[in-house]
Write a protein that binds this ligand. Structure first.
Ligand SMILES: [Fe+2]
Length: 200
């Protein structure tokens, strides 16, 4: 006997259980605007910090992704060590990205989020899609770190002057204090020391 096809009852379009997914997309706060929040900071101070932090965010997202690129594309005798090290640094940078973005929102601004916006804003030179050797990979990461550290120092000073202690603290305690030791760990790989001393 042929099986009867199952009958699926259609949820009426106006039923409460029917998800209303066909919505008109609507923006509720334009990028670049600042909403008011009772956090005892002047509008000018908040606007300045949002601009600084969005630049640091674009560069930190780029550095984060560059860590993953080099983690995947690693090569050579120190493959395993560097493969793991770069992923550890990636995790720390990913945490920073979230902290920076949420600080921007807490200030009443809007954090950038999507790759095309990051690409448009970042000051870190774009690496090729292809694979590069280890010294190039490390040199690129060091260059990216220094761009961020320079901006973080400048931004921390500006935030200090405007009275935005929270942003100053984020830039110093998180961005700078995470970036500096990562630079140290990377830079040591470019010292031309031998793995073994050759017997003469
Ligand atoms: Fe991995």
């Amino acid at each position: 006997m042929a099986k009867k096809p199952l009958k699926v009852a259609k949820t009426p379009a106006d039923a409460e259980a029917q998800p209303q997914y066909k919505v008109e997309y609507r923006e509720i706060q334009p990028y670049g605007s600042l909403k008011s929040l009772p956090i005892a900071l002047e509008d000018n101070a908040r606007a300045q910090s949002v601009a600084i932090l969005n630049q640091v965010l674009a560069d930190t997202m780029t550095l984060r992704d560059m860590y993953k690129k080099h983690h995947w594309q690693m090569s050579g005798a120190t493959f395993y060590q560097l493969h793991l090290l770069l992923d550890t640094h990636y995790e720390a940078q990913a945490e920073l990205v979230d902290m920076i973005a949420e600080r921007i929102m807490a200030l009443g601004g809007i954090s950038i989020a999507m790759a095309p916006d990051v690409a448009e804003m970042t000051r870190i030179p774009r690496p090729p899609k292809g694979r590069e050797d280890v010294p190039t990979q490390i040199a690129r990461l060091l260059e990216a770190h220094e761009i961020i550290l320079r901006q973080a120092h400048e931004g921390a000073e500006q935030a200090d002057e405007s009275g935005d202690d929270g942003t100053n603290d984020l830039l110093v305690s998180n961005i700078i204090r995470t970036g500096e030791p990562q630079v140290w760990f990377l830079a040591e790989h470019l010292a031309a020391t031998e793995l073994l001393r050759g017997d003469k």
